[in-house]
Each structure stands twice: as C-alpha cells, then as structure tokens.
Design a binder for this molecule. Structure first.
Ligand SMILES: [Zn+2]
Length: 234
C-alpha cells in the first residue's frame, strides 16, 4: 500500500541527503520514480545536499499539478512507483492535496522532505498541510546544532548578518531595494536553539559579544550546553 511520508526537520538536518539516498535505494530495486524540488540552493531543477551530492529534478512551479505530472509520464509508458519531493515546504496546500490523491488513487509512494517552520517560527502552509495529511511524519534524527551546541529547532533569517523577524515568508536570494522594501542586502539563514532565537543571538552576534570588553546583556556561559564547542552530544 502506497504511503505519503513527510520527513521534516530544520535546515542542515540532512533532508536532501536522505532524499537522494532514498531515490537511489528505490531505483536500485528496479522501481521508477520522479524527483521534484523547488528553490533549491543550487538553482532550479536541482536537488543538492550540503554534503556535495547533486542531481537533476523537476522544478515545482505555482502551476505544477502532481496528478498531471504522474498521468503524463504513465501515459507515455514511463514507470512511476514513487515521487521524491524535496523542499516541500514551498509547495502550496493544493499541491500537497494532489500528492495525497496520487498516493490513494494511483498507488504511488510519495516521500516529501521539508522544513516545518519559517524564520518567524510559523509553519509553512505546505508543511502544515503535509502534517495534516501524511500517513507518517518522521522527524529526522540528524540534528542541526545551534552555535551554543544545543539542538537547533529554529530557522533564523539574517540580512547583512543581522537577524530579522519580518519579511516575505519565502526569500531564497539576496534582495534588491524596492519602494515597498527599502532594505537591500545579503540574505542568510542560520539554525538556532529556541533560546538564542528568542534572544536573537546568532553566531555572528555571539562572537561580537565574546570579543567585546563590555558586560553582556545576559550571562552567555549560562546558555552553553555542557561540552559546547566540541560539537557533539550525548
Ligand atoms: Zn543556542
């Protein structure tokens, strides 16, 4: 019986690596699949992992209909047993519903990979719909770490190195100034523990404070995980 599975986690927890590994495993067993991605860091029509693996994928656009994507391939004689859906947080709720229908009515396994919440700690609409509809939600066990060594559960956005909590939900490139948004700059992302997210202390900010001979606004050592800096945990 086919399944809709949502593999979730923060950035840097190895989702794309797992997506590529799963594709490989199913292909090696003679199954046919289609890889999809959306706004991958390496560019359109690509799934890339931080470990350096990269392969081609079908780019998911606003008008993409997953039901049609499967029907078109099967009609032309291609085998479609499963879909790999990377960066699924960027899919629309409607597209997630199409994925569920593909599972139920065409017996196609759907393995979706995505981060759950945005830089404001709010669920992405696509991830929310996946959590609502998936047969299984699997939280990835490779944990991203905050600079302090704790488990990172939040995705922070930085603009020119400064953490921001307002802006468009989806922003994958650097921004140019417009009349509506006068702030231009280099957009970055960093995983933080909830404590440092709430205090808005990124690695850059922590370094600045550690290098300053001024009293800190809070006791930074008290925030440290035992053994922080060794980058491993019990
Ligand atoms: Zn932290």
């Amino acid at each position: 019986m086919a399944e809709l599975v949502f593999f979730s986690g923060t950035m840097d927890c190895g989702k794309s690596t797992l997506a590529l590994q799963m594709d490989h495993n199913h292909r090696a067993r003679g199954r046919g699949g289609v890889r999809f991605s959306c706004n991958d860091r390496a560019g359109d029509s690509t799934i890339s992992s931080r470990l350096g693996l990269q392969t081609d994928a079908v780019e998911v656009e606003d008008h993409t209909d997953f039901w049609d994507e499967v029907v078109v391939r099967r009609t032309s004689g291609l085998r479609v047993d499963y879909l790999i859906c990377d960066e699924a947080q960027f899919y629309s709720p409607l597209q997630v519903e199409q994925l569920a229908r593909v599972v139920d009515e065409m017996d196609v396994d759907v393995f979706a990979f995505g981060i759950t919440s945005d830089f404001r700690t709010r669920l992405f609409p696509g991830s929310q719909r996946l959590i609502e509809l998936a047969d299984r939600v699997q939280v990835l066990q490779v944990e991203a770490l905050c600079w302090c060594g704790r488990r990172a559960t939040q995705n922070a956005r930085t603009l020119n190195g400064i953490m921001v909590v307002e802006g468009e939900q989806v922003m994958v490139g650097d921004v140019a100034p417009t009349d509506d948004a006068p702030f231009a700059g280099v957009v970055g992302y960093e995983t933080l523990c909830r404590r440092h997210y709430m205090r808005r202390v990124t690695a850059h900010g922590a370094n600045l404070m550690a290098g300053a001979d001024q009293p800190l606004p809070f006791d930074i050592d008290a925030c440290l995980w035992p053994g922080a800096g060794e980058l491993h945990r019990q």
